[in-house]
Design a protein around this ligand. Structure first.
Ligand SMILES: *Cc1c(COP(=O)(O)O)cnc(C)c1O
Length: 422
C-alpha cells in the first residue's frame, strides 16, 4: 500500500468512529458524572480515551464534488457533520461545548477565547442601534464598562438598577426596546445573590431575554436555565478550567439561539483555540470534586473569620448574616469558594495581614486549585481615592479570598497566624 492509501484508510476509519453516536447520558445523572462523561462520545477517533486536539486552522475537501455536497447541505441549514474553517468550528471545541451544555442542563453551548469575548459577542450579536438593556449594579466591571461606553457609542442605552430591587428592574423595561436583563450571581466582591426566579419571571412577562453570569457559582452550585433564565455565561477561566492556566468563556442556552451565536462567532472571531479547549475539558472533568472542596473550605473560612475579633465583617452567602442568605439557601446547592471580609483596621493593616499569609498568592482571578487573595482597594480600584472607592462601596479594609483546594485546616491555620501578627 502506498502512503496515500494508508492515510485514506485511516481517514475513513477515523470518520466512521467519530460518527458513532452514543446514547446520551440519561437525564438525572449526577453533576460529577456529567463533568466527566457529559456530552462526550464514548468512542473517539483513534480509540483515544481523551478528546483529540485537532490542531488545524482549516479543513480539506477531497475533491470538488465533496465541496459542492457540503455547500449544498450547508445551504439547507445542515452540514454539521464536518468542519470548514477554524474560525467557524473545531471538533475539540465542539466536544467541550457539548459537555458544558450537559453540565448546565442547556440544549447547546458556544465557547469563546475569554469570558469577556463571550459577553461582548452575545451583546454585539443580538443588539441593534436604538436597543436598550438593563443591568444590575454589581455586574462584572468590564461588562458594565463595555455596555456603558462601547455600546453607548453604537446608540445602545444601558440602565443600571440596584441589585435586589426587582420593582426597579421591572420598571426600567422599555416596551419594544429592552432586549436583555443582565445580572450576575453570586457577585464580586460581596457575593450578592440575585433571585433568579424573579428575574426569569420578569423577563418572560415582558418578553425580554435574561442573562446570568454564573461564573462564581459554577453548574455544580446553581443551574439558572432550570429556573427559566435564557442564557448562562461563565468565564471558564475560573472554576471550569480550574488551574489558572487558560482563558475561555462560554454561553449556554436554547439550541436555536446558540446556533445564531455560533454563526456570529464566525464573523466576530472570538473562538477559543483547540489547545485551550482541550485543557478546559481536562479541567472540567474534576469540577465536581474541586468545587465541593472549595465550598467546604470557604464555608469553614467564613465561619472562622466571623468569630474572629480582628475581623469586622464577613460576606459569604452561606452565613445567616449575609443579606441574601434566604435566596442563597433556596437557589444554590453550595455557596461557592469565595469569601470576602473586612479586617479591623485601615488599608495598611489589611495589607500587612495579607503579606503575612503563606498559602494564598496575591493575584486577581479565582476558581483555580491555588488559593488567591486580593485587597480590591489596591487591585481593581488602585487608581481611585479612599473616598471614590467608598462611593463605589469598596472599603480599604476589604479582602477577597478565593480558596483553592489546599487542605481546609492548613488554610484556617494560615489565616489564624496572619491575624495574630496584626
Ligand atoms: C473573570 C470574570 C469575567 C471575565 O472573564 P475573562 O475570562 O477574564 O474574560 C466575567 N465575569 C465574571 C463574574 C468573572 O469573574
Amino acid at each position: 500500500m502506498s502512503q496515500d492509501d494508508v492515510s485514506k484508510k485511516l481517514t475513513k476509519l477515523v470518520d466512521a468512529e467519530a460518527q458513532t453516536e452514543d446514547p446520551p447520558l440519561p437525564e438525572g445523572r449526577g453533576k460529577s458524572t456529567r463533568a466527566v462523561h457529559g456530552g462526550s462520545q464514548r468512542r473517539k477517533a483513534f480509540n483515544s480515551l481523551n478528546t483529540p486536539i485537532v490542531q488545524t486552522a482549516t479543513y480539506t475537501f477531497g475533491d470538488t464534488q465533496e465541496l459542492i455536497d457540503f455547500m449544498e447541505r450547508k445551504t439547507w441549514g445542515d452540514g454539521d457533520d464536518r468542519e470548514e474553517y477554524g474560525r467557524y468550528g473545531n471538533p475539540t471545541v465542539r466536544a467541550v461545548e457539548r459537555k458544558l451544555a450537559a453540565l448546565d442542563n442547556g440544549e447547546d453551548s458556544v465557547l469563546y477565547a475569554s469570558g469577556m469575548a463571550a459577553i461582548t459577542s452575545l451583546l454585539l450579536s443580538v443588539l441593534s442601534a436604538g436597543a436598550h438593556i438593563i443591568m444590575t449594579d454589581d455586574c462584572y466591571r468590564r461588562t458594565r464598562q463595555f455596555s456603558l461606553t462601547f455600546l453607548k457609542r453604537f446608540g445602545i442605552e444601558t440602565t443600571v438598577v440596584r441589585m435586589g430591587d426587582y420593582d426597579a428592574l421591572e420598571a426600567a423595561i422599555i416596551p419594544r426596546k429592552t432586549r436583555f436583563i443582565i445580572s450576575e450571581s453570586p457577585t464580586n466582591p460581596y457575593l450578592r445573590i440575585a433571585d433568579l426566579q424573579r428575574i426569569a419571571e420578569i423577563g418572560q412577562r415582558h418578553r425580554v431575554l435574561t442573562v446570568i453570569d454564573s461564573t462564581f457559582a459554577t453548574p455544580i452550585n446553581q443551574r439558572p436555565l432550570d429556573i427559566g433564565i435564557d442564557f448562562v455565561i461563565h468565564s471558564a477561566t475560573k472554576y471550569l478550567s480550574g488551574h489558572n492556566d487558560l482563558l475561555a468563556g462560554v454561553i449556554v442556552g436554547r439550541a436555536d439561539r446558540i446556533r445564531g451565536l455560533r454563526d456570529a462567532r464566525g464573523v466576530l472571531g472570538g473562538i477559543v483555540d483547540p489547545q485551550n479547549a482541550y485543557l478546559l475539558e481536562r479541567g472540567i472533568k474534576t469540577l465536581g470534586v474541586r468545587v465541593q472542596q472549595q465550598n467546604h473550605t470557604a464555608f469553614a473560612v467564613a465561619q472562622f473569620l466571623e468569630a474572629h475579633p480582628r475581623i469586622e465583617r464577613v460576606w459569604y452567602p452561606g452565613l445567616a448574616s449575609h443579606p441574601d442568605y434566604d435566596i442563597a439557601v433556596r437557589q444554590m446547592s453550595g455557596f461557592g469558594g469565595v469569601v470576602s471580609f473586612e479586617v479591623a483596621g485601615d488599608l495598611k493593616t489589611t495589607a500587612k495581614f495579607i503579606d503575612h499569609l503563606r498559602i494564598p498568592y496575591i493575584a486577581p482571578s479565582l476558581g483555580g486549585v491555588e488559593s488567591l487573595i486580593e485587597q480590591p482597594a489596591l487591585m481593581s480600584y488602585y487608581e481611585k481615592t479612599t473616598e471614590e472607592r467608598l462611593a463605589l462601596g469598596i472599603k480599604d479594609n476589604l479582602v477577597r479570598f478565593a480558596v483553592g483546594i489546599e487542605d481546609t485546616d492548613d488554610i484556617l491555620n494560615d489565616l489564624d497566624q496572619a491575624l495574630s501578627a496584626l
